[in-house]
Design a protein around this ligand. Structure first.
Ligand code: S3P
Length: 441
């Protein structure tokens, strides 16, 4: 039985201008993929800038459980000796992914076409999240599974002994599902073709190319040749735009702020929040735009801005899917109404994020309406957000961080009931924010 976690509340209070540089950690999506692909290559992969947060460390443990050798060699520096595609070994114990949908679903892909049985579990949040979206298409390769009612973890996946290449149209706009299928296809003889309904983050495709896989992207379709021979490579993980989002919005809404966020990943499929904030009138400059290991990177310079409400189209959702909690906070400080569409997937994140955002806004005096496919936030203009609420985070790191950002500019402090999940993606959050001048206690 689950016991309630020990309460670990955190309060954010109205702060003076934020100043300085926010060093945000490595990108979570790229970090998971680097560990997994390194484990599927033969030889030594070197990774720098790895995000050393709970989610990613659980993926590292899982890959070790599947027979790869991983060594931490300094801050963010990891060396991985892989087993080769098809070379992973049956784990002797249950694989526990903690809070991480990405880690668990991607590893299911790697297991699905290797002859072994593996049991997957996670924390109370992950055990509520839908896994059929990935398990069902994995059966097309010849894998079988047993899961709890509703396709929930704990579940046991039996990898196909003689996997088949597949052609499949993914039903949901999910990079996790697409990536799991690409990883499974690596060990299926022949060419697999995966089509996605709408473009989602493409780090798996980019990194597979870097590891020497034969992969071709044509619009929404990805073709990959199985029985691949992955060659190890050096990976420099850029900083996570989804973590940068918190100091970024904080600097926009706290009057007089000016901060820099260096080395942020600016992959076009990850920057929907920046596009939206720019439309809202944000002052965000990109300095020193460059390429780092096949990914676009730049330094963000952010100045406090008067924001105005906008309409955010559904097509943009995949490029900012993790950023809606903090966008809703920015919208509360904007003048006028912000309407967000295409948010169905928010229901199945670390929490029901749509419900958690709406409840958190209301607890702090912000008017918000839940619609069929999203929400409408009535912005009050800078300084007019009451605050004073206690926000239930529902084991969701991004709900916790978003509402702490709100507290920095609201009239009364904002408290989140449990800050412990922040460690799953941004363990240095409190330190980084305090370093800018944020009042957190
Ligand atoms: C991720 C994909 C997204 C995102 C998650 C990371 C990834 O999930 O929400 O935080 O690394 O592939 P979905 O694929 O379920 O949309």
């Amino acid at each position: 039985m689950d016991r309630p976690p020990p309460p670990n509340p955190l309060k954010a209070a109205r702060s003076g201008p934020l100043k300085g540089a926010a060093q945000v950690p490595g990108d979570k999506s790229i970090s998971h993929r680097a560990l997994i692909l390194g484990s599927l290559a033969v030889g030594e992969t070197r990774i720098s800038g790895l995000l050393e947060a709970e989610d990613v460390l659980n993926t590292a443990k899982a890959m070790a459980g599947l027979g790869a050798d991983l060594l931490r060699d300094g801050e963010g520096a990891w060396r991985v000796w892989g087993r080769g595609v098809g070379g992973l070994a049956e784990p002797q114990d249950v694989l526990d992914f903690g809070n991480s949908g990405t880690g668990s679903r991607l590893v299911m892909g790697a297991v699905a076409t290797t002859a072994m049985r593996a049991t997957f579990t996670g924390d109370a949040s992950l055990r509520r999240r839908p896994m059929r979206r990935v398990l069902e298409p994995l059966t097309l390769f010849g894998a079988t599974y047993e899961a709890r009612e509703g396709g929930l973890m704990p579940l046991t996946l039996t990898g196909a002994a003689r996997p088949l290449a597949i052609e499949h149209e993914v039903a949901v706009a999910s990079a996790q599902v697409k990536s799991a299928l690409l990883l499974a296809a690596l060990n299926a003889p022949g060419t697999s073709r995966i089509v996605q309904p709408i473009a989602t983050r493409d780090h798996t495709e980019r990194m597979l190319k870097a590891f020497g896989a034969k992969i071709a992207v044509d619009g929404d379709a990805v073709e990959i040749v199985g029985e691949a021979d992955l060659k190890p490579c050096a990976i420099e993980v850029p900083r996570d735009p989804s973590s940068a989002a918190f100091p970024l919005v904080a600097a926009l809404i706290v009057p007089g702020s000016e901060i820099k966020i260096p080395g942020v990943l600016l992959n076009p499929r990850r920057i929907g929040l920046i596009d939206t904030l720019n439309e809202m009138g944000a002052d965000i400059a990109v300095d020193n735009a460059r390429d780092s290991g096949g990914e676009a990177v730049g330094d963000l310079v952010v100045r406090a801005s008067e924001l105005k409400g906008v309409e955010v189209p559904a097509e943009r959702a995949p490029s900012m899917i993790d950023e809606y909690p903090v966008l809703a906070v920015a919208a509360a400080f904007a003048s006028g109404r912000t309407t967000m569409h295409g948010l169905d997937e928010l229901r199945v994140k670390e929490s029901d994020r749509l419900a958690a955002i709406v409840a958190g806004l209301r607890a702090n005096g912000v008017e918000v309406e839940e619609t069929d496919d999203g929400m409408v936030v009535e912005g009050r203009g800078g300084g007019a957000v009451a605050g004073g609420g206690i926000v239930e985070t529902h084991m969701d790191h991004r709900i916790a961080m978003a509402f702490l950002v709100m507290g920095l500019a609201a009239r009364e402090p904002v408290t989140v009931d449990d800050a412990s999940m922040i460690a799953t993606s941004f363990p240095e959050f409190e330190e980084v924010m305090r370093g800018l001048g944020a009042m957190l206690e």
